[in-house]
Design a protein. Structure first.
Length: 256
């Protein structure tokens, strides 16, 4: 009889361990992952189907209701910490020796905004970097400045990241647009602001955006002010010089 009970227990443990191994997103990545609002988790208690629940979506405050226990707050806790919390609440009062396993069914989404074709919430997948995340958001727009990508930090500030940055669940990502350029003076359009193309441009192309040179333009007196600094001394440039986002280009008049 004892042998049969031991065999049944062993089989149940094997099944329980197999179920744990089958979790699709529970990996080494999760060892330090901290739960937050919108995450979807499962709780399994060995031998206790009434206390095993799947598809629990954490509330905005990062909590959920658990049978016989009540509300449990798991905000910013790791899975092992949550397992310990549930175990302590069950042990003694409800179960003698509870064995608890918590897994993530679905991560909370991340949000991407700015110069992408399909901004919004994107389902998270482990291993995503910025390049892959942007692809999921429909790719960059023509105005996207890939050197100006930012992620919100918990303290409300922003940190600049590159395209290799590994996205985390709940991240708020913003892809900035290039600042427009400004062309004024002796150009056919009379001057104005123009979108800065991702492929870049030189002075000649910038002036063509403004309709080309006016008949009274002095092509040897073209000046640039950089960084929108009105106190900056204008720099004399030639037609092949590179224009940067935010530059103000002025074409002087010819009096001869």
């Amino acid at each position: 009889m004892r042998f049969i009970k031991a065999l049944i227990t062993a089989v149940m443990l094997v099944c329980f361990s197999s179920a744990i191994a089958d979790q699709p997103v529970n990996s080494g990545y999760l060892s330090s992952y901290k739960l937050g609002a919108g995450d979807k988790i499962s709780v399994r208690v060995f031998g206790e189907p009434d206390l095993s629940i799947s598809g629990i979506t954490l509330t905005d405050s990062g909590s959920f209701m658990f049978p016989s226990v009540g509300e449990i707050s798991v905000l910013n806790k790791t899975l092992s910490e949550v397992e310990g919390t549930i175990t302590s609440k069950l042990k003694g009062r409800i179960l003698v020796d509870p064995r608890v396993y918590v897994s993530v069914d679905e991560y909370r989404p991340f949000f991407i905004a700015g110069a992408v074709n399909k901004p919004g919430n994107i389902p998270f997948q482990p291993g995503l970097n910025i390049s892959k995340a942007v692809a999921m958001a429909g790719g960059y727009t023509d105005k996207a400045n890939i050197a100006q990508i930012f992620v919100d930090l918990p303290d409300g500030s922003k940190t600049k990241v590159n395209t290799d940055y590994i996205v985390k669940p709940g991240d708020n990502i913003t892809v900035k647009e290039f600042e427009p350029i400004y062309v004024n003076g002796m150009v056919k359009s009379g001057g104005g602001s123009y979108p800065y193309p991702r492929e870049g441009l030189n002075v000649r192309k910038a002036i063509s955006l403004a309709g080309g040179f006016h008949e009274r333009a002095n092509m040897k007196k073209i000046y640039v002010i950089r960084n929108k600094d009105p106190k900056q001394t204008p720099t004399l440039v030639n037609l092949n010089d590179v224009v940067e986002p935010g530059d103000t280009i002025t074409v002087e008049e010819s009096f001869f």
